[in-house]
Design a protein around this ligand. Structure first.
Ligand SMILES: Cc1cc2nc3c(=O)[nH]c(=O)nc-3n(C[C@H](O)[C@H](O)[C@H](O)COP(=O)(O)O)c2cc1C
Length: 385
């Protein structure tokens, strides 16, 4: 058990969940740093979409919604961070309380509903980060959504794609959060086609050949036919990757937490199996062509390895950080290297999709340009509880 789990987490848990989360954000913004350098290893390096990843473990969307503490996010040792979801205009999100702990299940339910400082504030934060740190200190993705009261959802996404793409290492089109009415309907074939087509056009028009890759984030609550449709549409319309998955509205019979009947999206341990199933299903359809990002219920190196073997070229987590604190990042990286060594893989990319029915394939290259000595990055003490 880390010192975070032993000492800091119990204190933070005395606070309402959102207050504890806000304190963690404040701490990251102020740069509270412990002494331990982040773990780095050649077996964890990769190049995807021309971007260099020091390791495949990323911070999932929703933790840093306004790109307000990116340096702190990356200093935890993450190879990349997905900031957002950002909406074009600022909006408060749903009334509080809107974040619930289910400690018995190692899970969280949230119904934030895209609380966002808006596109302008997000852009200013990202510009300030780029001005201070440039590119190359860790990959920064931008997850975009729409305002709750918008009259034209496609226009919202296109606006954000246009304005934020010059600053983003990658973009993620979020059509899967369960807390904005109607949002998940955009995963349906016709709506998705229209949305992706419009974003592709905006992206190509905005930054031409330097356009960042465009990913789509999908729900774990898709049936096989929907998976088929989305996979086909992604390939056909030039999507560059798929993030699998967002939170679920399903509630399994095994959930024990008192908050289990709260409305919202469930994340953490209980969604590991379902999100990994959806990941594997996508890999079997398109994994040879597009990199996939596996997210949902990752707490340990074994979990991350299972995502990779199910087809993930990158892995993200959120709820694991919530319960275990920043040391979870290093623990996963270290454990992953040991698992790779045990199985005789020189690179984690050799294990992508090994537990699927798809033939071995590698849409991603190991990072040969990154053989220079590793740079140690300090990690901050505060996270969330
Ligand atoms: C409090 C909270 C807020 C979230 N907000 C967003 C969001 O704004 N956009 C998004 O795409 N996903 C959001 N997510 C979903 C996560 O990015 C992730 O897909 C999901 O939680 C599953 O991963 P996990 O089990 O590691 O948490 C949020 C999750 C949590 C717990």
């Amino acid at each position: 058990m880390s010192s975070y789990e032993r000492f800091l987490a119990p204190c933070l848990r005395l606070l309402p969940p959102e207050a504890a989360k806000d304190i963690a954000g404040w701490g990251l913004r102020r740069g509270f740093l412990p002494a331990a350098p982040a773990f780095q290893n050649q077996a964890l390096r990769a190049t995807l979409w021309g971007l260099s990843f020091a390791n495949p473990i990323g911070l999932a969307a929703g933790f840093d919604k306004d790109a307000a503490f990116l340096a702190g996010d990356l200093a935890m040792g993450f190879g990349f961070v997905e900031a957002g979801t950002v909406t074009p205009r600022a909006q408060p999100g749903n009334p509080k309380p809107r974040l619930f702990r289910l400690p018995e299940d190692k899970a969280v339910i949230n119904r934030f509903g895209f609380n966002s400082a808006g596109g302008d504030a997000f852009r200013r934060n990202l510009e300030a980060y780029r001005a201070a740190h440039g590119r190359g200190q860790g990959v920064v993705g931008v997850n975009v959504g729409r305002n709750k009261d918008t009259e034209d959802a496609v226009r919202d996404y296109v606006y954000l794609v246009r304005t934020l793409s010059p600053l983003a290492d990658y973009l993620c089109i979020n059509v899967s959060s369960p807390n904005t009415p109607g949002l998940r309907d955009m995963q349906r074939s016709d709506a998705l086609r229209k949305l992706i087509g419009a974003c592709r056009e905006a992206l190509d028009g905005a930054v031409g050949t330097a356009a960042p890759p465009m990913l789509v984030k999908v729900s774990p609550d898709l049936d096989e036919a929907e998976i088929d449709l989305i996979a086909g549409t992604a390939l056909e319309l030039g999507v560059d990757g798929v993030v699998l998955t967002n939170t679920t509205i399903a509630r399994g019979p095994d959930l024990r937490g008192a908050a289990r009947d709260e409305a919202g999206g469930l994340s953490g341990r209980p969604i590991f199996a379902r999100s990994t199933h959806v990941l594997r299903a996508f890999h079997e359809r398109i994994g040879g062509s597009l990199p996939l990002v596996g997210v949902g219920g990752v707490f340990t190196a074994e979990d991350a390895y299972a995502k990779i073997r199910a087809g993930a070229s990158l892995v993200q987590l959120y709820t694991g950080l919530y319960y275990k604190g920043p040391s979870v990042v290093r623990e996963i990286q270290q454990g992953l290297v040991e698992l790779l060594r045990r199985d005789g893989h020189a690179s984690y990319l050799d294990a992508v999709g090994l537990d699927t029915a798809a033939p071995p394939s590698r849409p991603v290259a190991p990072d040969v340009a990154a053989e220079a000595p590793d740079v140690a990055v300090e990690a901050p003490a505060a996270a969330i509880a």
